[in-house]
Ligand binder design. Structure first.
Ligand code: E4P
Length: 294
C-alpha cells in the first residue's frame, strides 16, 4: 500500500468498477476516476452482451454507462468521476449540455467531459454557469488550454483540463512538455483550472506528472500495477523525464508560447487534428456497441 501519498491526485483511467476496487485495495485510496466512450465500450458487462449477440440501443448503452459510474462513484475520493458526453463532430453545444444535465444527476461527484472544440467549450460555458463540474478532454495544445481557462472563468468549482500526453508522444512530440507549458501559463491565472495529466502510458509519464505538480493524473490499471510492483517510486528534486518514445526514439520538444489569458476564448486557435481524430475514435468505439438502427 502507498504510504507517502503524492500531492497530485491519482485517478483511475478505466471503465470497470471491479478494476477500480482492485486498484483501491492496492493503493489504499483512489482519488477519482475518468471514463470515456472507448473505455466504456470495453467494459466486460457490455462486451458480454455483445458476445452473446445482443448489441445495445442508445438508451441501453446510456443505462449501462450510468450503472458503471454509479458503481464507481462511492469507491473514489473528492476528484470525482468524469463522465463523457457522446459527441461527434456535428454535435451542438445544446445537445451536449442536455446530455450533461442528465449525466450530472447520476452521481453526487460527477464531472462532465466535453471535447476541446468550439461546441464543447460553449457547452462548458453553459455548464459552469449552472454549477455543473466540467473536465475538458482531448486537449493537445497550449492554445486549447488557454481557451478552456477563459471559457470557464468564474466557475465556482475547479475545472479540469485533460492534456493527452501519450497520444502526443505517439506522433513524436514530447507530450510532457504540454503539461509543463500549461502549468507555466496557468501561473499567471487565478487557479480555477486544474491540470489532469491524461493518456499516461508508462511510469515516466506518471513521475513527470508528479514532478510538474499536475493537480491530477489519470492512470490506467497496468501503469498503477507497475508502479506498485516497483514500490511506488516518486520523483526526487533532480528528476528529469526521459523525452523518448516507447522505442527509445527522441521526442520533439514542444516550445512554450506567450498567450494572453485576458483575450476572449474564441480568439485562440483551438483546432487540432488529434482532437478531431480522438472524437472520431470515440464515436467509432461507441457505435461498435450499438445496434445498427440505433
Ligand atoms: C482520460 O480522461 C482519457 O480519456 C485517457 O487518458 C485517454 O488515454 P489513451 O490515449 O490511452 O486512450
Amino acid at each position: 500500500m502507498l504510504t507517502n501519498k503524492p500531492k497530485t491526485k491519482i485517478l483511475v483511467d478505466g471503465g470497470d468498477p471491479d478494476e477500480t476496487l482492485h486498484l483501491k485495495n492496492l493503493l489504499g485510496f483512489v482519488d477519482g476516476q475518468t471514463t470515456n466512450p472507448s473505455l466504456i465500450a470495453k467494459n466486460s458487462a457490455i462486451q458480454q452482451r455483445i458476445a452473446s449477440g445482443h448489441k445495445l440501443t442508445a438508451t441501453e448503452e446510456t443505462d449501462e454507462y450510468r450503472k458503471i459510474v454509479q458503481a464507481i462513484s462511492p469507491l473514489v475520493g473528492d476528484a470525482g468521476v468524469s463522465i463523457e458526453v457522446f459527441a461527434d463532430l456535428d454535435t451542438s453545444a445544446e445537445e451536449m449540455f442536455s446530455q450533461a444535465k442528465q449525466m450530472f444527476s447520476w452521481i453526487p461527484n460527477a464531472y462532465i467531459k466535453y471535447p476541446c472544440t468550439h461546441e464543447g467549450l460553449r457547452a462548458a460555458e453553459m455548464s459552469v454557469r449552472q454549477q455543473i463540474r466540467v473536465n475538458i478532454t482531448l486537449c493537445f495544445s497550449q492554445e486549447q488550454a488557454a481557451a478552456v481557462y477563459v471559457a470557464t472563468k468564474g466557475s465556482n468549482e475547479p475545472v479540469y483540463v485533460s492534456p493527452f500526453v501519450g497520444r502526443l508522444d505517439d506522433r513524436g512530440d514530447d507530450g510532457i512538455d504540454l503539461i509543463k507549458n500549461i502549468k507555466t501559463m496557468y501561473k499567471k491565472g487565478d487557479g480555477h483550472v486544474h491540470v489532469l495529466s491524461a493518456s499516461i502510458r508508462h511510469l515516466d509519464h506518471l513521475l513527470a506528472s508528479f514532478a510538474l505538480d499536475a493537480e491530477l493524473v489519470t492512470v490506467p490499471a497496468k501503469v498503477i500495477e507497475k508502479w506498485a510492483t516497483s514500490n511506488f517510486p516518486q520523483p526526487d528534486r533532480d528528476f528529469t523525464h526521459k523525452a523518448v518514445d516507447v522505442n527509445g526514439k527522441l521526442l520533439k520538444p514542444i516550445p512554450y508560447k506567450e498567450l494572453d489569458l485576458n483575450l476572449t476564448w474564441q480568439s485562440f486557435d483551438i483546432t487540432h487534428e488529434l482532437t478531431t481524430n480522438g472524437i472520431q475514435k470515440f464515436v467509432a468505439d461507441y457505435r461498435s456497441t450499438l445496434k445498427r438502427s440505433a
